[in-house]
Design a protein around this ligand. Structure first.
Ligand SMILES: Cc1ncc(COP(=O)(O)O)c(C=O)c1O
Length: 346
């Protein structure tokens, strides 16, 4: 293989740009465990403002942010309800169960995200035999179903439903940037429907690391406590918080380009893939290709890898391709050309 690699595996594979590295080098720092890092504080303040909430806390990863999201709302034995493919349940090592004693109650939704009627079905009666249903988690955008946007009206209805049951509502907003960019609904409006949310700087915004938990001041105080307990208290973290500040200024405004590339990729792939393959129209920066069966799925990923096209399977029969800022501008066309040239489409 001589052609350049087109890495569609995830938007987490981006590397910090020269401008971002410069911002890191020049960051003012202090000991953040003592609240003395001005760059971390600036990032937390800026993020809280963007999301229209009282406070935010900088944490190393989305996994820790979501775990803290469970911790601040749930006591041991409390139940959290979410869709089966939600990252917190599917890909966060069962941390909520292992470390917090939280019970996961998952629902299956054809859309890939939870709807109010699923809460009606899953919620427990107040009864001495039952755990307490305390929290609903929604992921927006929904990664494993191809970066789908949970519509704002659905988020509003979910919040109404959680209020009805006196439950709390946490959003895994790792890619809430994408939902906001695609819909034009500002970040603070999404956040206004939640009790807490997480966001990731390392997914689509080009940062090497970093997430935040965003909520009211009291909840964020508690979140800081859990962050320290989980080993996430960081010292001169301004060097990485600087990436976040840089990304919010320079990379967030360009996110629509990734969505445009995903739309182009879907369009191009529809033309070159053989019968039996079906390309899902993307909402944001992910394209899902459904393949006829399990072995075709695996074979296709292996064949494409030989052509320098990298991607992951997100189910036994579907492939996910993620667009991001480190791909060349003509990546969609290049990928389609390579597949077409191979002859059999896959
Ligand atoms: C939707 C979503 N939430 C949370 C995470 C976890 O983030 P991290 O890898 O920073 O722990 C991911 C990671 O890909 C994700 O896609």
């Amino acid at each position: 293989m001589t052609e350049n690699i087109l890495d569609f595996r995830s938007d987490t594979f981006t590397k910090p740009s020269p401008g971002m590295r410069k911002a890191m080098a020049e960051a003012e720092v202090g000991d953040d465990v003592f609240g003395e890092d001005p760059t971390v504080r600036a990032l937390e303040q800026k993020t809280a403002e963007l999301f229209g909430k009282q406070a935010a806390v900088f944490v190393p990863s989305g996994t820790m942010a979501n775990l803290i999201g469970l911790a601040v709302h749930c006591a041991r034995g409390d139940e959290v309800i979410m869709e089966r493919r939600t990252h917190s349940f599917a890909h966060e090592v069962g941390g909520g169960a292992a470390l917090l004693g939280v019970l996961f109650n998952t629902v299956d939704s054809s859309s890939g995200y939870i709807l109010p009627e699923h809460i009606d079905m899953a919620v427990r009666k107040k009864d001495v035999h039952q755990p307490i249903s305390k929290l609903v988690v929604v992921e927006n955008t929904a990664n494993l179903v191809g970066g789908k946007i949970v519509p704002f009206d659905t988020i509003t209805a979910l919040r109404k439903k959680t209020d009805e049951y006196q439950m709390r509502f946490h959003m895994d907003g790792a890619r809430i940037w994408h939902a906001s960019t695609a819909t034009g609904v500002p970040l603070h409006r999404w956040a206004s429907k939640t009790h807490s949310l997480s966001c990731c700087l390392s997914k689509g915004l080009g940062c090497p690391v970093g997430s935040l938990v965003i909520s009211d001041s009291q909840t964020v105080d508690l979140a800081r406590w859990y962050r320290k307990m989980l080993g996430g208290g960081m010292r001169q973290a301004g060097v990485i918080a600087a990436c976040g500040l840089y990304a919010l200024e320079h990379n967030l405004p360009r996110l629509h380009e990734d969505h445009e590339m995903a739309a182009e990729l879907a369009h191009e792939f529809t033309k070159v893939l053989p019968e039996g393959f079906q390309v899902q129209a993307p909402d944001t920066n992910m394209v899902v290709v459904n393949t006829p069966d399990e072995s075709t799925c695996q074979q296709t990923i292996a064949n494409w890898e030989k052509m320098g096209i990298l991607c992951f399977a997100v189910s036994k029969t579907s492939i996910r391709m993620v667009t991001h800022m480190d791909l060349p501008p003509d990546a969609a066309k290049q990928a389609a050309r390579r597949i077409a040239k191979a002859g059999n489409g896959s």
